[in-house]
Design a protein around this ligand. Structure first.
Ligand code: ADP
Ligand code: MG
Length: 225
């Protein structure tokens, strides 16, 4: 699903260069549940954004679902992203002026699905995630855990084979954290590939494998027994 080979990315700050990703190599097979773990500032979000085709890289190779992402024009990159990836973020990234179901349905409008069908599919998913009574609520009428479930429904609405989650429990209390990790485990059990970024070992334990990042480099890769 993911093949990364000596991938590097840097930021230039005046005369100095910050190597945010420094020859990172690893692969994730279809159906894996992997946590990318490391301290704050180690480059996890940058790596996940590159994997999600939200950010560019400067050197190395990245194959996503067998597609070489290096020379992809923006439109092709957006198409690939929309077809393959669902995203979940720490701060939910819901549009405040849209109802829960409209937020969930958003990726479908980019995919050209008509409104009636969008609404139907969003409703089914929200129902499944226990938010059947909340489909017409706005984000500020929902709790943090409910908002993250809406965001998870949005990530799943295009039925993507790969789900990327950046600190998805970072803004949640421990009960809601357990709930969201349970949902990610369920998403994995459905046969999807899940890559979860976290700085908390508790959270990383939900995965079957942990890739450790430090100073933009992968320094350990361990599979759970
Ligand atoms: P993490 O998610 O592990 O906390 P990030 O990937 O967000 O780490 O950041 C890694 C490093 O890259 C940090 O030192 C951060 O300050 C730096 N960084 C991130 N984005 C930018 C940017 N747009 N410009 C310059 N430096 C950045
Ligand atoms: Mg981060």
């Amino acid at each position: 699903m993911i093949v990364v080979d000596r991938l590097s990315k840097h930021y230039r700050a005046g005369p100095s260069t910050l190597r945010v990703l420094d020859e990172v190599s690893f692969r994730v097979d279809a159906g894996e549940f992997v946590a990318i773990m490391g301290a704050s500032g180690s480059g996890k979000s940058t790596l996940l954004n590159v994997l999600g085709l939200l950010d560019s890289y400067d050197a190395g190779r990245y194959l996503l679902d067998r597609n070489d992402t290096r020379a992809l024009p923006d439109a092709a990159s957006a198409r690939l992203r929309n077809a393959v990836i669902g995203f979940v973020f720490q701060s939910f990234h819901l549009l405040p002026q849209k109802r829960a179901w409209e937020n969930v349905a958003l990726p479908l409008s980019y995919a050209g699905v008509n409104r009636r069908e969008r609404r139907a599919r969003a409703h089914v998913l929200l129902e499944r995630l226990g938010l059947g009574e909340r489909v017409d609520h706005f984000p500020n009428q929902l709790s943090g855990g409910q908002r993250q479930r809406v965001a998870i429904a949005r990530a799943l609405v295009t039925d993507p084979p790969l789900v990327l989650a950046d600190e998805p429990t970072g803004n949640l209390d421990s009960d809601t954290t357990r709930e969201v990790l349970g949902l990610l485990a369920q998403i994995h059990a459905e046969g999807r590939t899940v890559v979860l970024v976290t700085h908390e070992q508790e959270v990383a334990r939900a995965a079957n494998r942990i890739v450790w990042v430090r100073d933009g480099r992968v320094h350990a890769d361990e599979s759970a027994a």
